[in-house]
Design a protein around this ligand. Structure first.
Ligand code: ADP
Ligand code: ADP
Length: 229
């Protein structure tokens, strides 16, 4: 069963042209893929539909084969907890330590304090952030901050992780490092969907690539069919 499925999805913003037009694709459990395209192609809109930050004008977005159109009220918050989100500017709480930032999704789920401490330490360790646990986000480098953002997005083991231009503020070396980190996540069973306009970086990763052009899905490239830029 796919984790995520877009079935002929179109999105029109009020007064605008189609931000997405008849887009269909499916994401399998543990799969990593990219969505790429120029600025304005519809990448952010696609991710917003997955988080229920926007609703389709036509067609259906299905999460584990459940039509998100039927998710309302308290179901919206429940759905959002099943999808981890990494932001370009990582949106960390400036006055909370790294450990507290990463712990937040577990606190919101009401998990016991001792268990939270254990899981946070273990994940920070895996991401090479153990020594920074007590630091404030402002004391970290850009790459470290983005790793903390990723840690917070995956600590609760979401079925799907989505990221909108997660390397937008990083230099090429750090960008590659962050992408490698995403690529390691499917081994944990999490599907990963990353929006990026950086085609060279995307191609280097050798993963499936969805290509958007003016809201249309014009290509869905398998890793073995990627041609070097
Ligand atoms: P990106 O290219 O990373 O999506 P944008 O600068 O296009 O960033 O968009 C930033 C924010 O502004 C987004 O939340 C987007 O939904 C919103 N936005 C983009 N275009 C418009 C528009 N024409 N009218 C209103 N809001 C817009
Ligand atoms: P991308 O992330 O690829 O830059 P977006 O999904 O942000 O693309 O935008 C797709 C199209 O939808 C663009 O033409 C953009 O201006 C428009 N758009 C995005 N958000 C809004 C919004 N809130 N209101 C009106 N138009 C929007």
């Amino acid at each position: 069963m796919p984790v995520l499925r877009f079935d002929n999805v179109s999105k029109h913003y009020p007064g605008g042209h189609a931000a997405l037009a008849e887009v269909s694709f499916a994401v399998e459990p543990g799969e990593m893929l990219f969505v790429t395209g120029r600025s304005g192609a519809g990448k952010s809109t696609l991710l917003k539909l997955i988080q229920l930050a926007e609703r389709p004008s036509r067609g259906a977005v299905l999460f584990e084969e459940r039509n998100l159109a039927r998710v309302r009220g308290g179901g919206i918050a429940r759905h959002r907890r099943e999808v981890g989100v990494v932001y370009q500017n990582h949106q960390l709480l400036a006055d909370r330590s790294v450990a507290d930032n990463v712990a937040l999704p577990l606190v919101l789920r009401g998990i016991a304090r001792g268990e939270i401490g254990k899981r946070v330490r273990s994940l920070l360790d895996k991401l090479g952030l153990a020594a920074r646990a007590g630091a404030l986000p402002g004391q970290l480098s850009a790459g470290e901050q983005q790793r903390v953002g990723i840690a917070r997005a995956i600590i609760a083991e979401p079925r799907l992780l989505i990221a909108d231009e997660p390397t937008g503020n990083l230099d090429p070396g750090l960008s590659a490092e962050i992408m490698d980190l995403f690529a390691a996540l499917p081994e944990r069973g999490t599907s990963v969907l990353v929006a990026s306009h950086d085609l060279a970086l995307v191609k280097r990763m050798r993963k499936r690539v969805l290509v958007l052009e003016q809201g249309r899905l014009v290509d869905d490239i398998a890793p073995e069919d990627l041609v070097d830029a």
